[in-house]
Design a protein around this ligand. Structure first.
Ligand code: NAD
Length: 436
């Protein structure tokens, strides 16, 4: 099939590459000239495990092309995916301007039947708006389909190649057939393709992300209660997660959710609810809890240093909003850095993939170490903000002999509390007892 993907970021590049991998002829369009040049020259622009190999293979075999020309992309694709940004607007609603501008332009250049697919996360009613924006300038037949994306950064290729489910919102028989054929290779193990109307598909994505964010905020509150009551959240988590109705996943407490999706999607669903004259109480609480949770470690750090962080130096491990990605959008680590610097401390940071993105954003506000142990030199304590595997079994002797004091504040509960006590660390984490 001839496929075009408009927007070549985390979702678009994975989508384009994975469709090329199943034999389709794919053109990716992006407005960013620099990005298109790099990709055309075989240089991948994001860190995503497993993607580079597929990208290189499909580029070499001529199934993957990149262009800045929307006209070229529209002429190429029988199906056109929109994987464009939908950042939060000032009032918290999803900003649809990227999508509607492209839809407007596409209307002027479509000359034969196209299936146009919203892959971006968009509020209920967007398929109708996109349809109207295209139809304004276009007399040729086309369908607009909602096909929300559920991939997780860090495991995006696997998620795309073997999705738990594919959600397709369309009431057009013609588009339904095209979409069914397109996704058949990805659900050979029997996972469902769920066909539904456009609005239900649009809401499914927000409901899924909001539910996952709720699970996280709920466990973060349980963790706070654990500390107050003397329970251990790890034990509680295991006890709770063993119930099949609840499940083991997404129950890990920490310093809050971040990334480009959960914060903006929860906020957008709250705004959609308000617009529909409904006060979505649970989601407002989910957002409040997450705001507080991002700085959960700060009072602990402050208290340990007698409420005076002026002149203190901290090592911070982990900048990406989660492991296995270089994405730093809404990363809790950035909030920690702001708070530490505002309190008069200095910070040295290390992340296996995300340091250059942080450097582009905040420059010399912090210093950048090239490995996790150099980061510890002259630091009064180590703070952990992201659960990269490489942080899980570190050389504790080396940490202890490099840090000024054997003190660790762990926002991701990576280590066993008793082990840390044995090793002589002052160790504080989330929802578990501190060691002395
Ligand atoms: P992104 O910012 O990484 O990528 C968007 C791309 O669109 C950028 O490369 C940008 O240059 C390009 N772009 C902007 N305007 C353009 C235009 N007029 N023409 C062509 N290209 C243009 O965003 P993302 O993370 O890939 O997210 C895209 C959408 O998918 C969002 O709605 C997001 O909520 C949703 N989503 C993201 C994820 C995720 O994990 N990142 C998962 C599921 C859904």
């Amino acid at each position: 099939m001839k496929i075009t993907v408009v927007g070549t970021g985390y979702v678009g590049l994975v989508t384009g590459t994975c469709f090329a991998e199943t034999g389709n002829d794919v053109t990716c369009v992006d407005i960013d000239v620099n990005k298109v040049n790099k990709l055309s020259n075989g240089q991948i622009t994001i860190y995503e495990p497993g993607l580079e190999k597929l990208f290189e293979r499909n580029l070499k075999e001529g199934r993957l092309h990149f262009t800045t020309s929307l006209a070229e992309g529209v002429a190429h694709g029988d199906v056109i995916f929109l994987a464009l940004p939908t950042p939060p607007g000032e009032d918290g609603s999803a900003d649809l301007s990227y999508i509607l501008r492209v839809a407007d332009d596409m209307g002027k250049i479509i000359t034969d039947y196209k299936v146009i697919i919203d892959k971006s996360t968009v509020p209920v009613g967007t398929a109708e708006l996109v349809h109207a924006a295209i139809a304004k300038n276009c007399s040729h037949p086309f369908d607009v389909v909602s096909n929300p994306e559920f991939l997780r950064e860090g495991v995006a290729v696997d998620d795309f190649m073997k999705p738990d489910r594919v959600v397709i919102g369309t009431r057009s028989e013609r588009a339904r057939k095209v979409m069914g054929d397109l996704f058949a290779p990805f659900v050979r193990q029997g996972n469902p393709i769920l066909f539904m109307d456009e609005k239900s598909a649009e809401l499914t994505k927000y409901a899924a992300n909001s539910f996952l964010a709720t699970k996280i905020s709920f466990m973060n509150e349980i963790a706070i209660l654990c500390e107050k009551l003397g329970a251990d959240v790890d034990m509680v988590r295991r006890g709770v997660g063993s119930d099949d109705r609840i499940g083991k996943r997404f129950l890990f407490p920490g310093i809050g959710y971040g990334g480009s999706c959960f914060p903006k999607d929860v906020q957008a669903l709250v705004k959609s609810s308000e617009d529909a004259d409904y006060d979505f109480k649970i989601l407002n609480a989910v957002m409040d809890v997450n705001e507080r949770q991002k700085l959960f470690l700060m009072p602990k750090i402050s208290a340990w240093f007698n409420n005076d962080l002026k002149g203190k130096h901290f090592a911070l491990w982990g900048l990406a909003f989660k492991p296995n990605t270089d994405d730093i959008r809404e990363a809790p680590a950035l909030y920690m850095i702001d708070a530490l610097v505002a309190a008069g401390a200095t910070v040295s940071v290390f992340d296996p993939e995300a340091s250059s993105n942080v450097e582009r954003l905040i420059g010399n506000k912090v210093t950048y170490a090239t490995n996790q142990y150099d980061c510890l030199v002259n630091a009064d304590a180590l703070i952990i903000a992201t659960e990269w595997s490489v942080f899980r079994t570190p050389d504790f002797d080396k940490i202890g002999s490099t840090l000024k004091n054997k003190v660790i504040f762990d926002g991701r509960n990576l280590f066993d509390v008793f082990r840390m006590e044995e090793l002589g660390y002052h160790y504080e984490s989330v929802g578990r007892a501190a060691t002395n």
